[in-house]
Design a protein around this ligand. Structure first.
Ligand code: PMP
Ligand code: GLN
Length: 394
C-alpha cells in the first residue's frame, strides 16, 4: 500500500474481503492528488485532447435518429460488424460478428466479464508483472488465485522457462497485455510464439488485452496472439476505442474470440451491465468505417512526436529512460536523481514542481513492490504544449 495515501476516518470497513486488499485505484488517487496541487497530470493515461469532431456528430445523429433505448446485449449489429471487419482488414482474421464479438463498457468491463465468465473458484490465472491494476482484482472477484511472472526492467524480456514453471494443473487462463502498460513493451513474434506453445501444450486459455494495438512505433507492428497457429480457438482479444479515438470517456470496448469463449464473456456481461450505451456504439461503428489506415498513420505520427519529446525531456532532466515501442507511457528510473523511493519522489514532484507521474510499484503484487520502486510512469497522451509546460516545471 502506498504510504502517502490518507486513511479515511469515516471508513467503516464495509468493503468485502475479496476487494479490500486492492484499496483505491492508483489512477483515481494520482489524479486526485494532481488536481489538489494543480499539477500537470502525466500520471493517468487519458488524452488531454478530444478525438475527431466528426465522431461527436455521429453520436448526435444517432440520438436524433432514435438510438436511445437498450442496445442488443452483445452489441449493436452495426458495431459488431465494424469490429469483425476491422479484424479482417487489419489482421486477416475472420470472426462472426453476431456470435464472436461482445461489445463491452470499455476494455475494463470486457476483461471483467471474461474473467468472471470463464473462471471457477480455485482456478489459477497467470499474470505478468508489472500488470494493469485491474487484473489481480478481477481474479480475486472470480475467486481465482494469481501466479505471476516478473518481467524485469529495463527491457522487460520474457523468460519462457520461468513462465513454464508457473503453469500447473489448475492454470486456466493467461492474461496478456500487448502492447504493455506500463512498460511500453511490444512482445516480439518469438515471445508470442513461445507463449502460444506453452498455452497449447498445457491447455491454457489466453485473455489478451490489446487496447494499444494501434500505438506502436519505430516500425514495430502489432501481432494479435490470436492470429498465431492454434491460438484462435483459445484466445479472447480485448480492445477499446478509448485510445484509438482519444475518447477514453466514451468507454466503448469489445471482446472477440471463438463462440464458446465469447458465450462465457456474455454470460457475465449480460448481468454486469446488459448492454452498452446505444448512441455511442452507433457513433463508434461509423467511426471505425470512416477513419481508416490514414487516420491511424497520423495518430501514430503524432504520438511518436510526443514520445520523443517526453523521452528527450526526461533524459535531459537526469531520469534513466527506456524508449517504449508501444502504448503511450514512458518508464523513468529515478535512481540518478534521488535516494528516495519513486513513490515519495512522485509526491515531491507533485508538491514542488506541479507535475504528476505514476509510481510503478502499484503495478506489482504486495511483497514485490521493490521491483518497481525506482520507477515512475509518465503518460505522453498529452498535447505537446502540455508536455512543454511539464518540461518547464521540472
Ligand atoms: N487495459 C489497459 C492495459 C489499459 O491501459 C486500460 C486503460 N487505459 C484499459 C485496459 C482500460 O480500457 P478502457 O478505458 O477501455 O476500459
Ligand atoms: N489506463 C489508464 C492508465 O493506465 C487509466 C485507466 C483508469 O484510470 N482506470 O493510466
Amino acid at each position: 500500500m502506498l504510504g502517502f495515501l490518507r486513511k479515511d476516518p469515516n471508513d467503516r470497513g464495509m468493503i468485502s474481503d475479496r476487494l479490500r486488499p486492492f484499496g483505491t485505484s492508483i489512477f483515481s488517487t494520482m489524479t486526485r492528488l494532481a488536481n489538489e496541487h494543480q499539477a500537470i497530470n502525466l500520471a493517468q493515461g487519458f488524452p488531454d485532447f478530444d478525438g475527431p469532431r466528426e465522431i461527436f456528430d455521429f453520436a448526435r445523429e444517432a440520438m436524433d435518429a432514435g438510438c436511445n433505448q437498450y442496445a442488443r446485449s452483445m452489441g449493436l449489429p452495426d458495431l459488431v460488424e465494424s469490429v469483425a471487419r476491422h479484424f479482417s482488414r487489419a489482421y486477416g482474421m475472420s470472426y462472426d460478428p453476431m456470435t464472436e464479438v461482445c461489445v463491452s463498457t470499455g476494455a475494463t468491463e470486457g476483461l471483467a466479464a471474461s474473467v468472471l465468465g470463464l473462471l471457477n473458484p480455485g482456478d489459477e490465472v497467470l499474470l505478468m508483472e508489472p500488470f494493469y491494476d485491474s487484473y489481480p482484482a478481477l481474479a480475486a472477484m472470480a475467486g481465482a488465485s494469481v501466479k505471476s511472472l516478473v518481467l524485469e526492467a529495463p527491457d522487460f524480456a520474457l523468460d519462457l522457462n520461468r513462465l513454464e514453471d508457473l503453469i500447473g494443473p489448475k492454470t486456466r487462463l493467461l492474461l496478456l497485455n500487448n502492447p504493455h502498460n506500463p512498460s511500453g513493451k511490444v512482445f516480439s513474434q518469438e515471445e508470442l510464439q513461445g507463449i502460444a506453445k506453452l498455452c497449447i501444450q498445457n491447455n491454457v486459455l489466453v485473455l489478451s488485452d490489446e487496447v494499444y494495438e494501434f500505438l506502436t512505433y519505430d516500425g514495430v507492428s502489432h501481432i494479435p496472439i490470436a492470429s498465431l497457429p492454434g491460438m484462435r480457438e483459445r484466445t479472447l482479444t480485448v480492445s477499446s476505442t478509448g485510445k484509438t479515438f482519444s475518447l477514453t470517456g466514451w468507454k466503448i470496448g469489445w471482446v472477440v474470440g471463438p463462440e464458446d469463449l465469447v458465450k462465457a464473456t456474455q454470460a457475465a456481461h449480460q448481468f454486469l451491465t446488459f448492454a452498452v450505451t446505444t448512441p455511442f456504439q452507433a457513433a463508434m461503428a461509423k467511426a471505425i468505417e470512416h477513419f481508416g489506415p490514414s487516420y491511424v498513420k497520423e495518430l501514430r505520427r503524432e504520438y511518436l512526436a510526443r514520445r520523443d519529446f517526453l523521452v528527450d525531456m526526461l533524459e535531459e532532466k537526469g531520469f534513466g529512460v527506456s524508449v517504449p515501442r508501444g502504448s503511450y507511457f514512458v518508464l523513468a528510473d529515478v535512481s540518478a536523481l534521488t535516494e528516495k523511493p519513486a513513490t515519495e519522489f512522485a509526491m515531491d514532484l507533485i508538491r514542488e514542481r506541479q507535475v504528476a507521474a505514476l509510481p510503478v510499484e502499484s503495478f506489482y503484487l504486495e511483497g514485490r513492490k521493490s521491483e518497481g520502486q525506482r520507477l515512475l510512469r509518465f503518460a505522453f497522451c498529452k498535447r505537446l504544449e502540455t508536455l512543454q509546460a511539464a518540461k518547464e516545471r521540472l
